[in-house]
Each structure stands twice: as C-alpha cells, then as structure tokens.
Design a binder for this molecule. Structure first.
Ligand code: TMP
Length: 220
C-alpha cells in the first residue's frame, strides 16, 4: 500500500477515489476537485464507476435500470467487477502512467459496502474478487462523503435499481464505508456531506494537496 512518504514506484500519477452513499455530493465534489487541479496546471482524468468505459456504460444501464429487476447478488457483484476490470486496464492505469491525477466517482469500497454489507455477500470473498478485477490498484486517497441515508435519498430524483433498496440497506452501506475508513486513516478522509459544498471542497483540497507534491517529485 502506498504512503505519502513512499516514492511512487508503480506509477507517477495520483489516484483519488470519492465514495459515499446516495445523494452525498460525490459528483459535485469530484468535479470541483478536477477544476481546481486543472487550474493549477495538472492533467486530470475525471471518471466514475460503474460506467467509465464504453462497455461500462452498457453495464451501468443493466445495473441501475429498475427494469432489470432482481439479480442474483453474485451476478450483480460480477457485473460491477467486470466494469472495474475494464476501467482499470483501459482508462485508469494508462492515465496514471501518463502522470495524470485520476479522480474516480466510486471504486472498490462501493463493492464492499453495497454488495458486501448491503446484499450480505461475504466481504472477504468480494474483496478478493474486486482486488483481482482491479489488479490490486488502490487509491492514494479515498474521500468519503458521509451522509445520513434518509437525507441523501431525499436528494435523489426517481430512484434507480439500487437507490430503490430500503433505507436499512443504505444504513448498512453507510456503516461499512465508515468502518473501512476507520481501518486506514492515512488513506482516507471522512467529510460531513451536510456542510456547504465550498467548505467541503476546501477540505478535499487540503487532503489531496500532500499527495500532489509527492507525484510532482516522481514525475520530474
Ligand atoms: P452513482 O455512481 O450514480 O452513485 O450510481 C452507482 C450506483 O451503483 C450506486 O447506487 C452505488 C452502486 N455501486 C455498487 O453497488 N457497487 C459498486 O461497486 C459500485 C461502483 C457502485
């Protein structure tokens, strides 16, 4: 696992993931971070899961369209894993090798929280699946935007296949995200998603900044 004090040996870019429940403002915050980095002259790739590739966009429709109806939890986990494999191999790794800051709206923790805690699949098995799918590529930093599910869901429009799950499902997801963050404070920052977006953005910048200097040294 990478640390802010270690040289970046496997790639020269910086990998940042945003995670959180429904309506936590991940898309807004990842966009604000991307704009800020670009204004500082960094090359940025802003992407998301599921759906960060052409085939991923098709998988996203299957996963989120309420018309898909019930899927076996293992089927669902495997489709998310396929989306990740294509995303890492064809989008994320090339961008990191190119020195970009890669910002992804969701990554492996979403599988552990939604398919693990939410669907009640075995988290250790899911973790092996997701690590295999992503060639064990881990973010330098994960920004967890924490919000009460009732509040977050009330911000969403017409619910998709996952948003339509009962609030207890989303409460298990939230708990699991927080547990993951607590196990590895060096690589996580947990922010209260109820704060004003500009304030959250300032905190995101403060958390990302230490990783940027490290990458610049590695590039030069
Ligand atoms: P969103 O990116 O618009 O939030 O929608 C993605 C949905 O897919 C969201 O409900 C979380 C869910 N999801 C999983 O269940 N597992 C995963 O691995 C990922 C990436 C997302």
């Amino acid at each position: 696992m990478q640390s802010a004090d270690d040289p970046l040996v496997t790639e020269v870019g910086v990998f940042v993931a945003f995670e959180g429940g429904e309506g936590s403002g991940k898309s807004t915050q990842s966009r604000l971070l991307s704009q800020w980095l670009e204004s500082r002259g960094r090359r940025v790739l802003l992407t998301r899961e599921p759906g960060g590739t052409e085939v991923g966009a098709r998988l996203r429709s299957i996963l989120l369209d309420p018309a898909t109806g019930h899927l076996s939890p293992r089927t669902e986990a495997l489709i998310y894993a396929a989306d990740k494999a294509e995303h890492v191999d064809t989008v994320i790794l090339p961008a990191l090798a190119d020195g970009s800051v890669v910002i992804t709206d969701r990554y492996v923790d979403s599988t552990l929280a939604y398919q693990g805690a939410g669907r009640a699949l075995h988290v250790n098995e899911l973790e092996s699946l997701a690590r295999w799918a992503t060639a064990d590529l881990r973010p330098h930093l994960t920004v967890l935007l924490d919000v009460d599910p009732a509040t977050g869901l009330s911000r969403a429009g017409e619910p998709d296949r996952i948003e339509g799950e009962p609030v207890e499902f989303h409460q298990r997801v939230r708990r699991h995200f927080l547990d993951l963050a607590a196990t590895d404070p060096e690589h996580y920052v947990v922010l209260d998603a109820n704060e004003a977006p500009e304030l959250i953005h300032e905190r995101v910048r403060a958390a990302v900044e230490p990783w940027l200097g490290q990458a610049r040294e590695a590039v030069s």
